[in-house]
Design a protein around this ligand. Structure first.
Ligand code: MN
Length: 493
């Protein structure tokens, strides 16, 4: 790991890059982190350097690599975000600021908050580039997890598996998703990780010879028929994805045909179909195993032709056929748009694309949420996220009050609420909450029900409906008492 290696990688990929600027960013970060070490004992600067290296290998543009080098500076050193802005401009500073904010978001293993946390991750990030850097950051942290104490290790691994990987998947970043999952699966569920790893290795050993024979034969045949081939390589299914599939197929490895696959990359869509024809002429296809994700892409945009065939040795092997562009999108998803080669066009175009991407993320992330209220297009501007004292996150509209917060946790907490603390200070129940506030509700079991005056200031429908329905039910009781004296305690409907 060295800055020379980083500069060489960048120079190799894009000779036109501003290498001086990248070296400046490195020097700036190295000076800020001077004397700091990671849990493993190595100099701290090695971490941002590794993150930048990973992104450089992904061919990300210069501003992303600069932000990656600086990403831990404001959080861990006396150097401020303002100083970064002065030296490296507003764009880089806003990315670094976003990463710092994201770092404060922590998942502590409560099932019911998972979706909120994913939403918050996206809302805080705002910029796709911040998410990309954060993923690279997390990948390096996962690779160096052994140096951390067991409890912290588990928390980070679980968070990566439950929050980061699903987001990567929804953004179409298949390769990053696979890496995040495999690295964290090892710590979250070591036993099953070892089981699947063993199965995978054995299966590969078994298939290796026939896989190579099939590969060679396919290559010869394609050359003969004049279909231009960019690459034809074997690929092994990721461990965690294989594990998930095993769970769906009675844990029976013999029912899974795509543990090893051959990936065929050709120049055009018509080449894809032509290659499929050749493969089917060479080997008999397994019935019902042909999937045309080119004509019908997966929801996250994934495109390829898949087919499983009885190949050499009558073994079943899956072929995945795609163009280079499809391959890039399958590996990097949204990040593919941020690769260097597309840079250099007008900034304005870039900006526009950015907005479109954001809209796209909103669509992919929120698609499966039934609550229409959450689907408002102005979601990002008008939502705030506040913490419970236990570190869980509640998603609320702007200017929501502690009463809204109480009801969004539980009806009883709302109904029995008598006071609250915001950031450890006693606060009034009609205060406007702000992003990042820690809110603690004080309840009194003896309290009968909500104060009807709360209706004047609550902002959420949840709170409004609960207060109204309580008032209605108690009014019914009151009326019943008046009209039918002696029949106290009639069951509420
Ligand atoms: Mn970091």
């Amino acid at each position: 790991m060295s800055v020379e290696k980083l500069l060489n990688t960048i120079k190799e990929k894009n000779p036109a890059s501003d290498l001086d600027m990248i070296r400046l960013a490195y020097d700036f970060a190295a000076k800020a982190h001077e004397g700091q070490t990671r849990a493993s004992g190595e100099p701290y600067i090695n971490h941002p350097l590794a993150v930048a290296q990973y992104l450089a290998e992904m061919n990300m543009d210069t501003s992303i690599i600069i932000a990656a080098l600086l990403h831990d500076v404001p959080e861990d050193t006396p150097v401020t975000l303002e100083e970064i802005e002065k030296n490296f401009g507003e764009d880089v500073a806003s990315m670094v600021g976003g990463i710092t904010k994201l770092g404060k978001l922590k998942y502590r293993g409560m099932e019911r908050y998972i979706e909120n946390l994913r939403k918050m991750f996206i809302a805080i990030a705002k910029d796709v580039r911040i998410i990309i850097i954060r993923f690279a950051d997390r990948l390096h942290n996962l690779k160096t997890l052994d140096a951390l104490p067991e409890k912290k290790r588990h928390r980070i691994a679980l968070e990566s598996l439950e929050i980061y990987a699903p987001i990567a998947g929804r953004l179409g970043m298949g390769e990053i998703k696979g890496q995040l999952e495999d690295l964290s699966f090892k710590y979250v569920d070591t036993e099953n990780y070892n089981w699947v790893t063993k199965l995978q290795t054995e299966s590969y050993k078994e298939h290796k010879v026939n896989l190579e024979k099939t590969r060679a034969k396919t290559e010869t045949e394609l050359k003969k028929t004049g279909i231009p081939l960019i690459s034809l390589n074997g690929r092994i299914k990721h461990i965690y994805s294989l594990y998930r599939k095993l769970l769906r197929y009675d844990k029976d490895i013999n029912k899974i045909y795509d543990i090893t696959a051959l990936r065929l990359i050709v120049p055009s869509v018509s080449d894809c179909y032509a290659a499929l024809g050749i493969i089917h002429k060479l080997w008999r296809p397994v019935p019902n195993r042909i999937k045309d994700y080119i004509a019908q892409p997966k929801p996250n945009g994934y495109q390829s032709l898949h087919t499983a065939v009885f190949c050499e040795g009558n073994q079943i092997i899956e072929f995945q056929i795609r163009t280079e562009k499809m391959h890039e999108e399958a590996e990097y998803g949204i990040a593919a748009h941020w690769q260097f080669k597309e840079y250099g066009k007008e900034k304005k175009v870039k900006q526009l694309q950015w907005m479109n991407e954001l809209a796209q993320i909103q669509k992919t992330i929120f698609k499966d949420i039934k609550d229409i209220e959450n689907l408002k297009i102005d979601f990002f501007q008008n939502r705030i996220f506040v913490w419970t004292p236990g570190g869980d996150i509640i998603d609320l509209p702007e200017a929501a009050t502690p009463i809204d917060f109480a009801y969004s946790i539980h009806t009883d907490i709302g109904n029995k609420c008598v006071g609250c603390r915001v950031n450890n200070q006693l606060s009034s129940l009609d205060a406007s909450l702000k992003n990042g506030d820690i809110v603690e509700i004080i309840t009194d079991k003896k309290r009968k029900g909500p104060n009807p005056n709360w209706m004047k200031f609550v902002k959420t429908n949840v709170a409004r409906n609960r207060i109204k329905s309580y008032a209605k039910s108690s009014l019914t009781d009151w009326l019943k008492d008046k009209l039918l004296p002696g029949k106290k305690g009639a069951p509420k409907s």
